[in-house]
Design a protein around this ligand. Structure first.
Ligand code: SAM
Ligand code: SF4
Length: 331
């Protein structure tokens, strides 16, 4: 029987998110500073190290891996890594979160490599505004990338949109119609206060999932979906029977920690037990001290489960301020 990873609160961890790089071709205002300093290459996990860590987790019962970043597609060799991970015995789903900037060229290769699903981030459909939010991005390229992914056969594509008040909240319905026109799902994400963001006032820009849902409800009736996931997303279906679903990822307004089934591995190889806490274990140090010794990595992972905290803290009244940027963490 496969071993399971269980933390000290009895939660089974069967899902990992791995940040394959802290680098990105965008500089989204809620994710990065404009002049980011990225990690020196020697501090970033090699593709082989990522593979060893992933294999260790899968041998311990993890059945779903999400590759993220930074932007996973700026990592050279990502397609080969995907192909190697997709065939790990016991892994059910290899999925990826991407900004979509390179999907036009890479969607077919990712599909061939065995990536099952893609989440693509898209906060605005307006060229000027998209450029402002991402500081560098071209929305036409991302939309072409989404269409290329659909053409490559990716089903269950999902869009992620971070809504900021007075920035893109007037596009909620445009994004909904965009998703419906392509039969894809759309999740709205509340901004999380990670890193030190000076570009905007996070408290003023904060828009809760309930407010976003209220806007949509003026146009469409939403039904609580039967699709329950252990993650932070709550899903709703359209009462008119349309195939697309609307999700809300609400780290502030809905505490989802009790059912948390996931941990993260940062680009530097730190196993992060909770997005909203600093508890972590340095897996890269174990790997570099005992190269190729899978049993040491497995034991470090087992031991780390005891450090997984009960819940996260993101609210102003809470005392923990997370100093990591999202690209370090793997959102
Ligand atoms: N570069 C890829 C992308 O943008 O999809 C993957 C990494 S990105 C860090 C993953 C997700 O985190 C994106 O959907 C992004 O919008 C979201 N994100 C980044 N910073 C965030 C923040 N401070 N609060 C909430 N979501 C954030
Ligand atoms: Fe890059 Fe994704 Fe962060 Fe935007 S959200 S800067 S695309 S890592």
């Amino acid at each position: 029987m496969t071993e399971k990873l269980v933390d000290s609160f009895g939660r089974v961890v069967d899902y990992i998110r791995i940040s394959v790089t802290d680098r990105c071709d965008f500089r989204c205002v809620y994710c990065m500073a404009e002049d980011m300093t990225f990690l020196p290459r020697a501090q970033v996990l090699t593709l082989e190290e990522i593979h060893t860590i992933a294999a260790a987790f899968v041998s311990l019962g993890v059945n779903k891996i999400r590759l993220t970043g930074g932007e996973p597609m700026v990592r050279r060799g990502i397609e080969g890594l995907c192909a190697d991970l997709a065939v790990l015995p016991g892994l059910e789903e290899l999925v990826m979160t991407t900004n979509g900037s390179q999907l036009v060229n890479k969607a077919v290769a990712l599909k061939k490599a065995g990536v099952k699903r893609l989440n693509v981030s898209l906060d605005s459909l307006q060229a000027e505004r998209f450029k402002q939010i991402t500081r560098t991005g071209d929305v036409a390229q991302v939309i072409a990338g989404i269409d290329a992914a659909i053409a490559a056969g990716f089903q269950n594509l999902k869009i992620n949109a971070v809504i900021l008040r007075n920035r893109n909240d007037d596009e909620i319905m445009d994004l909904v119609e965009f998703a419906r026109s392509r039969n894809i799902d759309l999740s709205f994400i509340e901004e999380m206060p990670l890193g030190t963001i000076t570009e905007h006032d996070q408290a003023q820009a904060y828009m809760s999932s309930d407010e976003v849902k209220a806007v949509i409800s003026q146009h469409y009736e939403l039904l609580d979906s039967s699709r329950q996931t252990p993650g932070p997303s709550r899903y709703f279906a359209f009462a008119d029977g349309h195939k697309s679903r609307i999700g809300f990822i609400s780290p502030h307004s809905h505490n989802f920690c009790e059912a948390c089934n996931r941990v993260r591995v940062t680009a530097e190889g730190r196993l992060l037990l909770c997005l909203g806490n600093e508890h972590s274990v340095d897996l890269k140090a174990v790997l570099r001290r005992y190269p190729g010794d899978m049993s040491r990595v497995q034991q470090a992972i087992r031991d780390a489960m005891q450090l997984k905290p009960a819940r996260h803290y993101f609210n102003a009244a809470d005392e923990v301020k997370i100093l990591r940027f999202m690209n370090m963490t793997g959102g």
